[in-house]
Write a protein that binds this ligand. Structure first.
Ligand code: BES
Ligand code: MN
Ligand code: ZN
Length: 495
């Protein structure tokens, strides 16, 4: 039901006889580009094949996989892989090398001998990247015969200091679990991941020590969350707001609030989307997916900070009861909204989810994530998320977290001109601002529901949530973009 990262074990170099290993063995060059200790030992065992490869005129010791030797003579291993981390590996190099290793060890047990350059942190991040790249969502594939479909069943990392490496790897393991949780949610189709099922998966995280509260339609109606409820009123799936709390910080410390758009399927509603590509709208709960994955990571690594995650789960369907263009709804805040286009639904869900989070938890800062606009893809393509922020210090925090983890984001503008575009003739505001600056007018809409002086970041992840052809750390499909960056931002706040 959920995809688990490949189990990873740590073993001492002195306890490991590489000549009797039967899976794939990965060994490293040293910082000077010569064979590392394990590579030298195995080179001798297999008659100098590695050394000859190094001496070839076209050999380059750049970071990544630099050699592969199938069924090497003198060893039991089915493949010997030579990898390099360059001379002084940084985090990006560690991830790049880890991902390249994944391509070589898929479908087999693997032993990675971590005796190249780089400390325990670098090695742990490299192995994390390997794990991330090995993700596969197999839920709806009929089980093939075991022998037809071998997969990586375990990774053993061999090191001189296995305890230190295991310690450095613990938080990365929690992060891998969070990323996998997010990817599974995003990859699930909407007939399976209903709002009920989504809420149930979040409720199950109470086992990890999270407090989880589920508000259904009666509670939301009572609170006046008409903007959110309007989006879901054409669906048979009940609209919900789910709150996840991780209170690992000081008693009474204001929490950081993470708020996510969880549209389990976006048909556009009465402003129906065209058929071509509509199936991709199963990912329109990507923001809620990231919030959920981060909360899971925080619980697994027992983070020392108070964080609340709030996700609005709805389905946007056309129906006799569905919201119409021209309808006017009153949000929980009291702001009235004219619906121009029922396909601009994410901002309606977030309006109430953001307001609820601020009123209920009095957070120190708010970050929302949403697959909000096609316009952000037009602006930035799909490798970077777009972010909007009303506080330069907070923006710098996000920039640092993105830089450290490789989750890329680009700052976009807030401004009065975008508010002018969403003025309504009949209500306080309207839910679209025309074609110009579509991602910016969506952000301006959300800004209406942010309290004065509240540090706030809005992340539009419409492009970054899925990678049709895969990316550095993920196979085709859901990427889990943002789980690592937000976890890093939170870690920095833990001190
Ligand atoms: N969920 C979509 C945005 C989206 C587009 C996400 C492509 C992922 C990939 C959102 O609800 C939407 O439909 N936005 C409209 C807004 C418009 C009607 C103002 C859009 O971007 O076209
Ligand atoms: Mn839409
Ligand atoms: Zn949407």
């Amino acid at each position: 039901m959920s995809t688990a990262p490949t189990p990873t074990h740590f073993a001492a170099a002195s306890d490991t006889d590489l000549t009797t290993e039967d899976g794939v063995i990965v060994v490293f060059l040293d910082g000077e580009g010569a064979l590392g200790p394990a590579a030298s030992t195995l080179d001798a065992a297999c008659g100098g094949a590695l050394g000859r490869a190094l001496a070839a005129p076209d050999f380059k010791a750049k970071p990544g996989v630099v050699g592969r030797f199938d069924y090497p003579t003198g060893l039991i291993a089915r493949k010997l892989v030579l990898a390099s981390l360059g001379d002084k590996p940084d985090r990006a190099t560690a991830r790049k090398t880890g991902a390249a290793i994944a391509g070589q060890i898929a479908k087999s047990d693997a032993v990675i001998v971590a005796d190249g350059p780089g400390d325990a942190q670098i090695t742990a991040e490299m192995v994390w990247a390997t794990t991330l790249k090995l993700y596969e969502f197999k839920e709806y594939k009929s089980p093939p015969k075991e022998e037809d479909s071998p997969k990586t069943t375990s990774i053993t990392v061999v090191s001189e200091a296995p305890e230190a490496l295991a310690a450095a790897s613990a938080d990365f393991a929690a992060l891998a679990e969070g990323v996998f949780f997010t990817r599974d949610l995003v990859n699930e189709p909407a007939n399976r991941l209903t709002t009920d099922e989504f809420a149930a998966r979040l409720a199950a995280m109470q086992e990890l020590g999270l407090e989880v509260e589920i508000l259904g339609e009666p509670e939301l109606a009572e609170m006046g969350a008409r903007a959110l409820l309007g989006v879901g009123q054409g669906s048979d799936n009940e609209s919900k707001l789910v709150v996840m709390k991780w209170m690992g910080g000081g008693d009474g410390d204001a929490p950081l609030a993470l708020v996510g758009k969880g549209v389990i399927f976006d048909t556009g509603g009465i402003s129906l989307k065209p058929a071509g590509g509509m199936e991709d709208m199963t990912m329109d709960m990507g923001g809620a997916g990231v919030v959920s994955g981060v909360m899971r990571t925080l619980a697994l690594r027992r983070a020392k900070l108070n964080v609340v995650g709030v996700v609005g789960l709805v389905e946007n369907m056309p129906d006799a009861r569905a919201q119409r263009p021209g309808d006017i709804v009153k949000s929980m805040k009291g702001t009235t909204i004219e619906i121009i286009n029922t396909d601009a639904e994410g901002r309606l869900v977030l309006a109430d989810a953001l307001w609820y989070a601020q009123q209920t938890f009095k957070p120190s800062a708010v970050i929302d994530l949403a697959t909000l606009t096609g316009a952000i893809i037009v602006a930035l393509s799909k490798t970077r998320a777009g972010y909007f922020c009303n506080n330069d210090d907070f923006a710098a925090e996000l920039e640092a977290a993105c830089k450290a983890t490789g989750d890329q984001a680009w700052r976009m503008p807030l401004g009065k001109e975008f508010h002018d575009q969403i003025k309504s003739r009949l209500a306080d505001i309207k839910n679209t601002g025309g074609r110009d600056g579509g991602a910016c007018t969506a952000a301006a809409f959300l800004e209406v529901f942010i309290e004065e002086d509240m540090p706030w970041i809005h992340l539009d992840i419409a492009g970054a949530t899925m990678a049709k052809g895969g990316n550095e750390l993920s196979p085709k499909g859901a990427t889990g973009w943002g789980v690592a960056a937000l976890d890093a931002l939170i870690k920095t706040r833990e001190g």
